[in-house]
Design a protein around this ligand. Structure first.
Ligand SMILES: [Zn+2]
Length: 276
């Protein structure tokens, strides 16, 4: 069995309590956040950190749970919340039935994040009401098709789930569509926000600037990919040209995480454009 190193740290950023869970296994370390504001819990962290996150949840008067998407590192403790807090759990309509079953994930993800036990969720409306704010529930597909972001109209805080993570994305999960990610990042700019709360990077004070930087980074990459594509380069050749480095996660995940998925999504877009 794998040995996991685990910890949790609670921080307060403005009106938001941020629980920063960390898990490391064989030298690969990851962070995941859960947020609490105005009676609302946003994401639950991973089951591998269930004891750590439970100590956070126990101190809170949680009235409802909003999930940005169904991945095991976000919804891993939703079943515990259901059993111990008995509050409504909201997720994208397309994931309600998925969450009624235990999650199935490859071994390397189970090792890092643990299981995602089944729970009963309901779908969101267009907005969400907490004690002192109305929130926009924003469809932001890309990382997954069911991905949502949450905007607090009262404080202007934006909760971005796994939409941002970092500026210079180098590898993505096979189910991520970077073309959709880029469109979702642009969509967020329609809202009046500065700070973001990211589920893997935490509180980012200049979040709007960071999101703009990510948009620029991806657009420049898109341009570079297009040039090579028009010259007739293959996916493999373009990937090697844009991402000369190999990332350890690519091999460790059996290529579920790879730079190639970024290139493939751009190329599929170009092919579609040339058909219309
Ligand atoms: Zn995710």
């Amino acid at each position: 069995m794998f040995k996991r190193e685990k910890s949790i740290e609670i921080q307060q950023n403005r009106d938001v309590r941020c629980a920063h869970g960390k898990v490391a296994i064989q030298g690969i370390g990851m962070s995941v956040y859960s947020f609490f504001v105005d009676g609302l819990l946003i994401d639950t962290g991973s089951y591998s950190l269930s004891q750590e996150f439970q100590s956070f949840f126990k101190e809170l008067s949680i009235e409802q749970l909003a999930l940005t998407h169904s991945h095991e590192d976000h919804a891993g403790n939703a079943a515990w919340i259901q059993q111990h807090k008995n509050v409504p759990i909201y997720i994208h309509r397309d994931s309600v039935s998925l969450c009624a079953e235990d999650g199935e994930y490859p071994l390397y993800r189970q090792a890092l994040w643990g299981e995602r036990p089944a729970f009963v969720a309901q779908s969101f409306g267009d907005t969400l009401q907490t004690n002192s704010a109305i929130w926009d529930v924003i469809e932001t597909p890309g990382h997954t098709t069911d991905h949502l972001s949450f905007y607090n109209r009262e404080t202007g805080a934006m909760f971005t789930g796994d939409l941002f993570i970092q500026t210079k994305t180098k590898v993505v999960l096979d189910e991520e569509n970077i073309v959709h990610t880029l469109a979702s990042l642009k969509k967020l700019l329609n809202y009046d926000f500065e700070v973001i709360y990211c589920c893997h990077a935490g509180f980012i004070e200049d979040g709007r600037t960071k999101i703009k930087e990510k948009i620029t980074y991806l657009e420049e990459m898109e341009g570079a990919v297009k040039q090579l594509f028009n010259k007739g380069y293959s996916v493999e050749e373009i990937t090697k040209a844009i991402f000369p480095r190999d990332y350890p996660i690519t091999k460790a995940s059996g290529e579920q995480w790879s730079s190639k998925h970024i290139i493939t999504a751009f190329i599929n877009q170009f092919k579609q454009e040339s058909l219309t």
